[in-house]
Design a protein around this ligand. Structure first.
Ligand code: IPE
Ligand code: IPE
Ligand code: MG
Length: 241
C-alpha cells in the first residue's frame, strides 16, 4: 500500500522567511518575526488537534547570533514575551514546554523564565502531556554532536574498553534531545532546501518537506496540508516495501 496513513509522532519545523515576508510589505524584518508568533500559536493548535505528540520549532540557530545586534535582541525579547504570554495557556492545555540549545549564551533573565516555564508545564508524576512543545534556541546540530561526544569521552575516560562495544543508542543518550523521538517529519518554510545545521543526527530518517509559504503565512491549513503530504510518503528505512 502507498503511504503510511499515519499521524507523525514528532513534527519539526524550520521556521524560515520572516524577513522576506516583512520586506515584501516594505517593513523592517522584525515585523515578520512578530507576525511569525501567530504562526507558532496556529501550529500548536493544529498539532494538538491532529494528535501530534511532539512539535519542535527551530527558533534561533547558533549562527543566528551573527545577525545585527538589534535583530538578535529583538528576537530574544520576543522569546521572553512569548513565554510570559503563552505559558499559562500551554499549562492549561496540558502541553509540556521545553527549550533545547546552547543556553549558556542566553541572558540570565531569559534563562530564568525558560526554566520556570519548563517547571510550570512539566507533567505531574506518572502523567503524559497532551503534547510536548520543544523550542530549539541557540541550537546547532554540530554543537549538539560535539557536546555529546565531549560528555561521553569524559564519562568513559575511566573505562575506555567499554567504547569498543558502543551501540547507537548509547550515543543517543548524550544528545540534548534524549528522550524525544526523532522527527518523523521536518518542514522548512520559505522554499529553502537545506538543513542549516539543525538536527543532524536525529533527522537520519525523517521525511523532509520544503514548502514555499513564508513562515508568517504558515497557519493551520498549511500545517494540515503538510500532515496530508506526510501521510502519502512511503517510509522504507532502506528496506524493500
Ligand atoms: C526565520 O526567518 C527566523 C529566524 C531565523 C530567527 P528569517 O529571519 O531567517 O527570514 P528570512 O529567511 O531572512 O526571510
Ligand atoms: C534557519 O534559518 C534557522 C532558523 C529557522 C532558526 P536561517 O534563515 O538562519 O538559515 P539560512 O541562513 O537560510 O541557512
Ligand atoms: Mg532565513
Amino acid at each position: 500500500m502507498d503511504g503510511n496513513n499515519k499521524v507523525p509522532v514528532h513534527v519539526s519545523i524550520i521556521m524560515d522567511g520572516n524577513g522576506r515576508w516583512a520586506k515584501l510589505r516594505g517593513k523592517e524584518r522584525v515585523f515578520g518575526h512578530a507576525e511569525g508568533v501567530g504562526s507558532v500559536r496556529a501550529c500548536v493548535e493544529a498539532a494538538v488537534e491532529a494528535g501530534v505528540k511532539y512539535l519542535s520549532l527551530f527558533a534561533f540557530s547558533e549562527e543566528n547570533w551573527g545577525r545585527p545586534e538589534s535583530e538578535v535582541s529583538t528576537l530574544m525579547g520576543m522569546m521572553m514575551d512569548a513565554i510570559r504570554n503563552e505559558i499559562e495557556s500551554l499549562a492549561g492545555q496540558g502541553i509540556a514546554f521545553r527549550v533545547i540549545g546552547n543556553l549558556s549564551r542566553l541572558s540570565p533573565d531569559l534563562l530564568d523564565s525558560i526554566r520556570k516555564a519548563e517547571q510550570r508545564t512539566a507533567p505531574a508524576e506518572g502523567k503524559e502531556p497532551v503534547m510536548t512543545l520543544v523550542v530549539f534556541l541557540s541550537y546547532s546540530g554540530k554543537w549538539d554532536i560535539l557536546q555529546a561526544a565531549t560528555r561521553m569521552a569524559k564519562e568513559y575516560a575511566s573505562c575506555p574498553e567499554a567504547l569498543d562495544s558502543l551501540e547507537i543508542s548509547d550515543f543517543d543518550k548524550y544528545l540534548s534531545t534524549w528522550g524525544i523521538p526523532d522527527p518523523d517529519l521536518v518542514i522548512r518554510t520559505s522554499g529553502e532546501k537545506r538543513i542549516s545545521n539543525y538536527l543532524l543526527w536525529q533527522t537520519a530518517y525523517s521525511e523532509l518537506l520544503s514548502v514555499d509559504t513564508l513562515w508568517p503565512d504558515f497557519r493551520k491549513e498549511e500545517f494540515r496540508s503538510a500532515l496530508e503530504e506526510y501521510s502519502k510518503r512511503n517510509r522504507r528505512y532502506g528496506k524493500v516495501k
